[in-house]
Write a protein that binds this ligand. Structure first.
Ligand code: NAP
Ligand code: 8YV
Length: 324
């Protein structure tokens, strides 16, 4: 009698949306990875050799130690596009491809970047607080402060990749002039490349950060860049908290050395510097740039497609780039 081939064994590094968990469990033999610490180490020592695939996310990542604890691993599938917590080169040295979810989230991340830009410029969260607190009807009246016009303003984009370009396209509807900073000029775009981030910060009214995270961009936006942005300039960060020197940003906001900031990401999530809670010139949201039903569904589908493609053909559908 022929034996039935076993279903691939998937190690799931974090809880995922129910729709995705159901489909993973239907197609694979799924085991949940214990939280980091002694329990995980004992689990990996006892069972690490069992798994064909690791499912993780941009936030949960996959450390080299975790990958090394899975000696028979054949593929990684990550929910998200950021690779700052996953090392595809480390995986590639063992012949393991890393699947991830680029492109499908470009629109929603760009939408949120623009939402944040409008929020901070037009003081929308502050205006909402003003109405709810009854200050509009107060006697004597308390005037609401004027905002900053967005239409026609200068937009500086740090990182003109898939999402950066989508943000740049959104700006056309606001008649904004766009320049960008990246290590290399991008071919076939009509925007001026600024080789110096300081020059870009000096030139623009709004500086939107959407580079990759990781060691290469750590504190790229430091105190001197914020100084160049100046007291009339606004910062929007939808990339990674690590790209901005958060302590320097808090000081710049407290001392009004920049006009304001709108942040989706933080250096030590979910911790947000409490000093920011007291400031009106900042808008804070909890890493929600891709968090719409439609985009998260598309990301979940790509996590599944990457796995299915690998087990059918040996190649994931969207492979994370490797150095060589
Ligand atoms: P991408 O297409 O790879 O673009 C990355 C851009 O960053 C490129 O223009 C790259 O240009 C630039 N860059 C990289 N290192 C740089 C450096 N040292 N200095 C200046 N520029 C640098 O990636 P993407 O799909 O647009 O995503 C960008 C990032 O957004 C992701 O890596 C992720 O961290 C973040 N993200 C956040 C959310 C959220 O929920 N907030 C959601 C999705 C993505 P050069 O290589 O030429 O420098
Ligand atoms: C998600 C992200 O919040 O894709 C990324 O890099 O930061 C966001 O889309 C993340 O994938 C959840 O882990």
């Amino acid at each position: 009698m022929l034996s039935t081939p076993r279903r691939p064994r998937v190690l799931q590094a974090l809880r995922l949306m129910p729709w995705l968990e159901e489909r993973l469990a239907a197609a694979y033999e799924v085991t949940h990875l214990p939280p980091a610490g002694d329990e995980r180490e004992a689990f990996l020592a006892a069972r690490g050799g069992e798994f064909d695939a690791l499912v993780t996310s941009a936030a949960a990542g996959a450390t080299p130690a975790l990958l090394d604890g899975l000696p028979n691993l054949r593929v990684v599938s990550s929910f998200g596009v950021g690779l700052d917590r996953i090392d595809p080169d480390h995986a590639a040295r063992r012949g393991i491809p890393v699947g991830y979810t680029p492109e499908v989230l470009n629109d929603c991340v760009a939408d949120l970047a623009f939402g944040l830009l409008l929020d901070i410029a037009r003081r929308l969260p502050e205006a909402d607080r003003y109405v709810r607190a009854g200050r509009w009807t107060a006697q004597p009246p308390v005037a609401f402060p004027l905002g900053r016009q967005v239409s026609g303003a200068r937009l500086g984009i740090v990182g003109l990749g898939r999402i950066g370009r989508t943000i740049a396209r959104r700006s056309a509807g606001f008649d904004m002039e766009v320049r960008y900073h990246a290590r290399r000029p991008v071919a076939d775009v009509p925007y001026v490349h600024e080789a110096s981030l300081h020059d870009l910060a000096r030139w623009c009214d709004f500086l939107v950060v959407i580079t990759a995270g990781g060691a290469a961009t750590r504190h790229l936006v430091d105190a001197s860049v914020l100084e160049a942005l100046g007291p009339d300039g606004y910062l929007v960060n939808v990339a990674r908290g690590t790209v901005v020197d958060e302590a320097a940003l808090v000081r710049a906001l407290q001392e009004r050395r920049i006009a304001g900031a709108a942040l989706d990401v933080y250096e030590d999530e979910p911790r947000v510097p409490p000093a920011l809670f007291a400031l009106d010139n900042v808008v804070l949201v909890p890493h929600i740039a891709s968090a719409t039903v439609q985009t998260r569904q598309a990301m979940a589908q790509l996590v599944l497609d990457n796995l299915a493609s690998f087990f059918a053909t040996g190649r994931v559908r969207a492979a994370a780039p490797v150095a060589s």
